[in-house]
Design a protein around this ligand. Sequence first.
Ligand code: FES
Ligand SMILES: [Fe+2]
Length: 349
Amino acid sequence: MKLLEPGAYTDPAMLPKELARIFGRSWQFAGALEDLAAPGCFLSCEVAGEPVVVVNEERRLRAFSAVCRHRAGRVAGGKGCARALRCAYHGWTYGLDGRLLGAPEMPDLDRSQVCLPEFRAEAFGPFVFVCLDADVPGIADSFDPVGADPLVARTTGWRCFRRHDYLLACDWKVYVDNYLEGYHIPVAHPELNRQIDYGAYRVETFRRVSRQHAPVKAADTLYHRDLGAGQEPEARYWWMFPNLMLNLYPDHVQLNAVLPEGPGRCRVRFEWFVPEPPPADWEARFAANFAFSDAVQAEDIELCEAVQKGLGSRTYTDPRICEARENGVAHFHGLWREAMGRGPSEPAG
Ligand code: FES
Ligand SMILES: [Fe+2]
């Protein structure tokens, strides 16, 4: 399996194509379902560069373009509850079904001819996802078999506890590549390496998702005090093409969404969801959990930013892969090529 060529990460012309062919044709994380609990609630987000508003319209989740049909102002920002969406520019108002309700000083406008284009919205666990494309399979198919995981089913109704964004000077794919292999753990994450059984670490691939198995080595590590040596924690590390990770534990789930921020830059959004009410002593455990994950994150950021620089080197033209340890990366690159309409060894562009 050939890895993506360096140009796929460094060519500024690549991102607009990826937004259209990959981010515009996949289910993207939009926000927390709890923010849409009551009819009239809305949340705004950006999907593949498109401003989007998701609403609870009479208990139906619906997503619309948040771009006003007048002169492209924004019909909703942030989140909240309202009877109608009102553009911040000249005050055109839209119903939660997307139809134009009012346009100040324009009595002759045929309002029935104006409505916000509709996208797709679906709930998955405690999350809301949006897809801009009408032909992409639903979430259950796109994320198969993640939905069948009992650890996902139990997260329904959980609430967002904390959110933290990291900004990285690297292409979004560099970060995803890094997440998808454990080959770097012994060298780059000494503390994490002490906790897991690296020899037994493996990545299992499915159609459009993959799962990492990371059995713990010692019973007295930070997270897995109750486990015996060699036992796999009751945790799942799922990656869903193209840019989503779900790290599921019995009492919390950590979601990571890798969002392009322009060529050579990305934002990695971390969100922690917990049951309501949160588990006992959660604040203290979260503090320890965050400190550890933040330290690992700092190690990964340094690696990823160095890789981005390296990918731009005029001497680096022939990537090599460790088949035994980097199968998850190869799987991702195969899906990327497929989505971009490239053959297995065709250069991207
Ligand atoms: S752009 Fe929205 S009302 Fe003018
Ligand atoms: Fe890492």
